[in-house]
Ligand binder design. Structure first.
Ligand SMILES: [Zn+2]
Length: 223
């Protein structure tokens, strides 16, 4: 129950409400479309179904167990709860963001993949696959998304939207913004003809360099 929330879950509820408002401001969804969740141990805090983001309050956020059992049912958990839980089961995700954003939906209708026309796509694990269409809220959609996520932290859902995950909600959300930006950039690039793309070797080089800079040795002793 809400009154016995751990600090982690209280923080997750507040975060989900504030990021839901950003979802509208950033154009990643309209009305109550899309949904987000945060995992805290064996529990998942997830946005409710059918409540507009402008009216959502922390106490409206739903809690479910990893098996899908509702632990806090003041509202109905998102219809995509099975997809969120499948992603937590298959990855080390700490948060999942599902958007209905224009660029990825447009791309999903015309392409099988978002190719690497910018090296920032390494932040998502490489070129992003478009998962085959399956009806919203179904176990089939959850399976389709998980399969297409292999080695990636983002997937585009055909004729539907996109899903990203990260170690926390901030990272998952940043990846959703990055994915939308990359899809838009790709569409603009297509206006010049067939765009050049980066090879797997070039992407591996970027990933290795990013890792080296992040974990590089200190420069003590350098002039
Ligand atoms: Zn959806």
């Amino acid at each position: 129950m809400y009154g016995s929330d751990s600090d982690g879950l209280k923080a997750a509820r507040a975060q989900l409400v504030s990021y839901s408002a950003r979802l509208l401001d950033d154009g990643l969804a309209v009305g109550s479309a899309g949904n987000m969740s945060v995992r805290s141990g064996a529990r998942v805090a997830i946005t409710p179904s059918g409540i507009s983001y402008t009216e959502m309050r922390p106490e409206d956020i739903c809690l479910v167990g990893m098996d899908g059992a509702e632990l806090h049912s003041r509202e109905t958990p998102s219809s995509e709860t099975p997809m969120h839980l499948a992603i937590y089961a298959a990855t080390k995700a700490g948060a999942v963001v599902h958007t209905h954003s224009l660029e990825v939906i447009a791309l999903s209708a015309g392409r099988d993949e978002l190719p690497a026309i910018h090296y920032a796509i390494t932040g998502l694990g490489g070129p992003v696959r478009v998962a085959p269409y399956v009806r919203f809220g179904s176990a089939g959609l959850a399976a389709s998304a998980v399969t297409a996520l292999d080695g990636r932290s983002a997937v585009i859902l055909r004729n539907h939207g996109a899903v990203t995950y990260g170690r926390d909600l901030a990272q998952a959300y940043d990846r959703a913004l990055l994915l939308e930006w990359l899809a838009r950039t790709y569409r603009l690039a297509l206006s010049y003809g067939e765009p050049a793309t980066l090879s797997a070797a070039e992407l591996d080089e970027v990933t290795a360099e990013s890792r080296r800079r992040r974990y590089g040795e200190r420069r003590s002793g350098q002039p």
